[in-house]
Design a binder for this molecule. Structure first.
Ligand code: PLP
Length: 394
């Protein structure tokens, strides 16, 4: 027989996938241009030109051995150094290649971190609303997710987090800009969290890690900039990915940052290596490590996301919708007028508009809209949102 746990995970379909498949079927029936599918977080803007130029150069000018070989498990030294230098320049840090472990994207970074730090009975605090895979990752690596409610404006609720910390708390996981809300946690909010964590580390006499999941760090639309967490709390591990920032989700490339200020950082870095080994990663894809080495400073063109964000954020509140302020990422989190996100999604389907219920993100009164699509579809959605609000007013 097979593992029941894995069988369950492999057969239970994700809600987002279900909606996406429903959308694909509908597109065959009524034409893709008539389906307003806002279900998936797949970047719609192409990777920057530097990426294609680097790939072309790589395959035309280099010998395959230079880009098809295994790298060391932590990654190619020059790539890791390039990543460290990019961080140093932007965040006034002093990292080198020994702080960077290359991975197959944020999902891998998170699983590796959890595997590296979790021991039996350990709890990981997850802030609501959250990326649904967190639960799978934490439980899959033997931990217990403990969910903490957010404040009304969808920031971190420090008193709530405090009430969830126990002697079993190994880490707290945060994601800013946030999926599904697009919210960027403000500096004061994060500083308050850091103060709390420092107190709790003292009280329980063991480290409490802050894990910062940052695939949307570069996707920012206003003057609000996401804070660089290691500069606020020493015991921070960063899970990064170029899936969204360079529009490379299928290429599986990211890193884990273990700063020297992390307690026992050498052991943590070694445990990260051990976890990656047990999970069978061997090394991150070498071709895309080469791409990262040469494109680490490339900027994504996020104009289409900005336009879509502005259309939605300017229109929906005027119609009476409550929406979270999307400072970054490419999601809008919208409160259902009846406080029932599932019902709102069902009603939207009648207009061929596909949204994701907030339940899977821990907030059932909301729905998530991914605006990484053509602006034309966003324009079309405005009329549908009006009709939906009118239905609720009847
Ligand atoms: N974390 C968050 C918050 C995400 O939204 C995603 C993907 O959508 C991931 C992690 C996983 O990203 P990756 O493609 O880098 O594995």
């Amino acid at each position: 027989m097979v593992s029941k746990k894995m069988l369950d995970l492999g057969t239970k379909r994700s809600v987002i996938r279900d909606i996406f498949e429903y959308g694909s079927k509908l597109a065959k029936e009524i034409g893709a241009e008539n389906v307003l599918d806002f279900s998936l977080g797949n970047p719609s803007t192409p990777a920057p030109r530097e990426v294609a130029n680097t790939i072309r150069y790589m395959v035309e000018e280099l010998s395959p051995k230079e880009y098809n070989s295994y790298t060391s498990s932590a990654g190619d030294t020059e790539t890791r150094l390039a990543v460290a230098k990019n961080l140093n320049k932007r965040f006034s840090t002093d990292y080198n290649e020994q702080n960077i472990f290359m991975t197959c994207g944020a999902a891998a970074s998170l699983n590796i971190i959890f595997k590296a730090i979790i021991e039996s009975g350990d709890e990981i605090i997850v802030n609501i609303p959250y990326f649904p895979e967190y639960k799978v990752f934490i439980e899959g690596q033997g931990g217990k997710p403990v969910f903490a409610r957010c404040s009304e404006n969808l920031y971190l609720d420090i008193a709530e987090i405090e009430s969830k910390i126990t002697e079993n708390t190994k880490a707290i996981l945060i994601n800013s800009p946030n999926n599904p809300s697009g919210v960027i946690y403000p500096k004061e909010n994060l500083e308050a969290l850091a103060t709390l964590l420092k107190e709790k580390q003292k009280e329980y006499s063991h480290p409490i890690f802050l894990i910062s999941d940052e695939p949307y760090r570069e996707l920012v639309f206003t003057n609000e900039k996401p804070e660089f967490l290691p500069n606020i709390y020493d015991n921070t591990l960063v899970a990064y990915s170029w899936s969204k920032s360079l529009s490379l989700p299928g290429e599986r490339i990211g890193y884990i940052l273990v700063p020297n200020k992390v307690i026992d950082h050498e052991d943590v870095f070694a445990a990260v290596g051990g976890a990656a080994r047990v999970l069978g990663y061997v090394c991150a894809p070498s071709m895309f490590q080469y791409v990262v080495k040469n494109c680490v400073d490339a900027q994504p063109n996020i104009e289409v996301y900005r336009i879509n964000r502005n259309i939605l954020f300017e229109s929906l509140p005027n119609m009476g919708y409550t929406v979270a302020n999307p400072g970054g990422a490419f999601y809008l989190f919208i409160k259902s007028p009846s406080d029932d996100g599932n019902e709102f999604c069902e009603r939207a389907k009648k207009y061929h508009m596909l949204l994701v219920p907030g339940e899977g993100f821990g907030m059932k009164e909301y729905v998530r809209l991914s605006f990484c699509v053509d602006s034309e579809k966003i324009e079309k959605s405005i009329d549908v949102f009006k009709k939906l609000m009118d239905e609720y007013k009847l």
